[in-house]
Write a protein that binds this ligand. Structure first.
Ligand code: SF4
Length: 424
């Protein structure tokens, strides 16, 4: 994507808004997020998310958010953050129970937050108002990008296509290695948003010739209602939907999601409850259950495992993971071992050594998985897809660029071996 058409994208998203404030708002990009310090790292390393939100003064966050949106075009691109009570973003939540005394119990993710009136759930984007539970982030987009599908990464879902990628603020876990923590670990009113209703999002994806919309960057489970409405609107225009999620979601909403989208990539953070407890503030078992559910529901699924030095990189863990994948969802589910780069609260650790990634791949290959990749190492031979039977390259890749594809009608062009995936 060139700088020129990125500007066009910003203009289009801003222009479609019916909100005078949001009409001037630029669309955030991960590049801006990555370069802009938002909180004082001296404190961030010692505070968990809850403590940080309690102690960080809102004006400071607002100022930092302004910096995030600063561009060479200057102040004309800045707009005040959307108001918390801005009605256009608020819809009744789909998965919750009403409890006595105007309490609600959220049934969207395994955390099952029980919320008093006027309070919010852990993710910060769902609020109890008088005993009714609401999402605050329907159509409330904080970032939009046109990405290659390979960046998600999806390697078996329309390779070489582009995907219109969006997110809202918020997340239902707190990974210490989060690369998008400036949007995932804040409340929606603490970052600038643009109003992008589902039909407009679908139009934009088609206008920019994207084969799909990707719900990504933060955690799409927490903007569930927007995601499924957008997926329906996109399908009506012939645009597919791909979800990039941590998989921390309950079975009922996940099954219903599977019926509405085309592919779900799960970021499996580790293969140990200890890591999930200490580094993610979540649980492993519900995520494993989610991967099995996606497979059973027939949605295309790939798994990414970010290898964090010293924390989830043991032979035992790699072997246990590979055996679980093979026995529970099958050897054809792609498994990507991705290189970690120091981020957020784990800046004290080094990037993953290449030897560790190659060790992980060798173990998973040895356990009989058919499609094991090494990610975030551009140019590595383990970026390519090899036919599991004849071992010829059937999808050539270099970084996010796709070369020759030798798959015809879902089969290897050389030996006719079926290659699972969504190719058109
Ligand atoms: S989706 Fe949010 S409010 Fe609902 S249970 Fe999960 S963290 Fe709590």
């Amino acid at each position: 994507m060139t700088a020129k058409n990125r500007e066009s994208l910003f203009d289009s998203v801003a222009a479609m808004s019916s909100s005078p404030q949001a009409a001037e708002a630029p669309v955030r990009t991960p590049a801006l997020q990555a370069k802009t310090p938002v909180i004082d790292r001296r404190y961030s390393a010692a505070l968990d998310r809850r403590d940080f939100l309690k102690t960080a003064p809102l004006p400071c966050l607002a100022a930092c958010a302004s910096a995030l949106f600063g561009t060479s075009a200057g102040a004309s691109l800045l707009a005040a953050p959307a108001r918390e009570d801005d009605a256009q973003y608020i819809k009744e939540a789909r998965f919750y129970e009403k409890l006595p005394y105007k309490k609600t119990k959220c049934k969207l993710c395994p955390r099952e937050c029980v919320i008093d009136d006027k309070e919010r759930g852990y993710c910060g984007v769902r609020e109890n108002r008088g005993g009714t539970y609401y999402t605050l982030v329907h159509s409330r987009v904080v970032t939009a990008h046109i990405d290659p599908m390979e960046k998600k990464p999806f390697f078996y879902f329309m390779p070489g296509s582009t995907t219109f990628s969006i997110a809202t603020a918020g997340c239902n876990v707190n990974c210490k290695m989060c690369q998008n923590w400036e949007i995932s670990q804040v409340r929606p009113e603490q970052v600038r948003s643009t109003y992008v209703p589902p039909a407009r999002l679908a139009e934009l994806a088609r206008q920019y010739r994207c084969a799909s919309i990707a719900y990504t960057y933060s955690e799409p489970v927490i903007f569930y209602e927007y995601m499924v409405d957008a997926a329906d609107a996109a399908h009506a225009l012939g645009v597919k939907s791909a979800v990039v999620s941590g998989g921390y979601v309950q079975a009922d909403p996940l099954k219903k999601l599977c019926a509405r989208v085309d592919a779900i990539k799960v970021d499996l953070k580790a293969y140990s409850e200890k890591f999930y407890k200490e580094v993610v503030n979540g649980e492993l078992k519900p995520v494993l259950d989610a991967i099995v559910t996606i497979r059973k529901e027939g949605r295309w699924n790939e798994i990414v495992y970010l290898v964090v030095p010293t924390l989830n990189d043991s032979d035992q863990e790699f072997k246990g993971l590979a055996r679980w994948v093979k026995s529970e969802v099958g050897p054809d589910v792609p498994l990507h071992f991705s290189r970690f780069h120091p981020e957020y609260l784990l800046k004290n650790l080094p990037p993953t050594p290449l030897a560790t990634l190659e060790r992980a791949k060798a173990i998973a290959d040895g356990e009989g998985l058919h499609y094991v990749y090494i990610g975030n190492v551009p140019g590595h031979p383990a970026e390519k897809t090899y036919c599991p039977r004849c071992r010829k390259v059937v999808v050539d890749r270099m970084g996010f660029t796709v070369g020759d594809v030798h798959i015809r009608n879902g089969k290897c062009k050389f030996c006719q071996e079926p290659i699972a995936g969504v190719w058109t």
